[in-house]
Design a protein around this ligand. Structure first.
Ligand code: 48F
Length: 263
């Protein structure tokens, strides 16, 4: 065994992937349930997709289930998505299905990567890249360790045709856009409105209905939708996250097709 061979294998393999994905069709910020679902469906339809995740583990808020009881609930409408990922669902009562959160996250990560999306963990998206007329063209990245240590080290960038904000409750990309480019988001204030108090039914309904392009070239999915548009939170029911991720992937695919058609 040669330690340097091991080191070369890791460095070369990672660097190659990083370089290959420096120019992507879709860049997803955040690898929680909505981002992973979007990544899976995009990659499955042949769209070059990268996910950037600040933490070491992808999966976002799904690992902990509800209040650390490692179970999640999905409603009938979203059941087919977890089934497609191969997750075991147990019917609790009409309309409510329970899954093991650890199994669900593992399946989402595995299927997303197997479909061809790349998940870059331990990377934080700290800014957006723009061109004329404040057109979004990419993301500004740094190692999460750099931001955590508060080191003054310049970031690197990747180019993307479309960006998806899947950063959850903080809606970080939408906030960046509103902060840096002016309050021009497709929301009632133009800025990030902030999520409302808990109401599972309304939160899930609005989340799926309002998964959309919130700024040219930027879609929101998952909890970032409700946080940006001012809709309620919903707690440990996850069907909306999955349905929103799937819808974001479909919208992104349409937008890409449309922009290809214009050329
Ligand atoms: O929070 P998160 O799981 O978002 P989601 O997909 O799902 C929400 C549910 O987990 C739950 C809920 C269910 O009812 O409300 O909260 O909408 O995953 C968001 C991921 O984005 C990462 C963060 O670490 C998390 O894993 N993230 C956030 N900001 C950044 C980021 C950033 N600036 N750069 C990279 N990753």
């Amino acid at each position: 065994m040669d330690e340097v061979v091991i080191s070369r294998a890791i460095t070369e393999s990672y660097t190659k992937a990083f370089l290959d994905f420096m120019d992507v069709d879709v860049a997803i910020v955040g690898a929680g349930p909505s981002g992973l679902t979007a990544g899976y469906y995009l990659a499955k339809s042949g769209i070059k997709t990268a996910l950037y995740e600040r933490k070491m583990s992808a999966g976002g808020g799904m690992w902990g289930g509800g209040m650390m009881f490692s179970r999640i609930v999905v409603q009938t409408e979203a059941k087919h998505i977890l089934e497609e990922f191969g997750v075991t669902l147990v019917k609790y009562q009409e309309g409510y299905y329970v899954a093991d959160s650890v199994e669900a996250v593992s399946a989402l990560c595995f299927q997303c990567v197997k479909a061809g999306a790349l998940i870059f963990n331990l990377l934080t998206v700290e800014d957006i890249m723009i061109r004329e007329d404040d057109r979004l063209t990419g993301l500004v990245l740094n190692w999460s360790a750099v931001s955590m240590a508060n080191l003054h080290i310049d970031p690197l960038t990747i180019r993307a045709k479309l960006i998806i904000d899947a950063t959850g409750h903080d809606a970080e990309v939408c906030r960046l856009v509103a902060h840096k480019l002016g309050e021009k988001l497709d929301t009632k204030t133009g800025g990030v409105v902030g999520q409302k108090a808990m109401w599972a039914e309304a939160g899930e309904r609005e989340l799926v209905a309002n998964t959309k392009e919130v700024y040219p070239g930027l879609l929101a999915t998952g909890m970032a939708v409700n946080a940006t548009l001012g809709f309620p939170r919903m707690g440990a029911i996850f069907g909306g996250m999955l349905l929103s991720g799937k819808k974001a992937a479909e919208l992104a695919a349409d937008l890409l097709k449309h922009s290809e058609g214009e050329k």
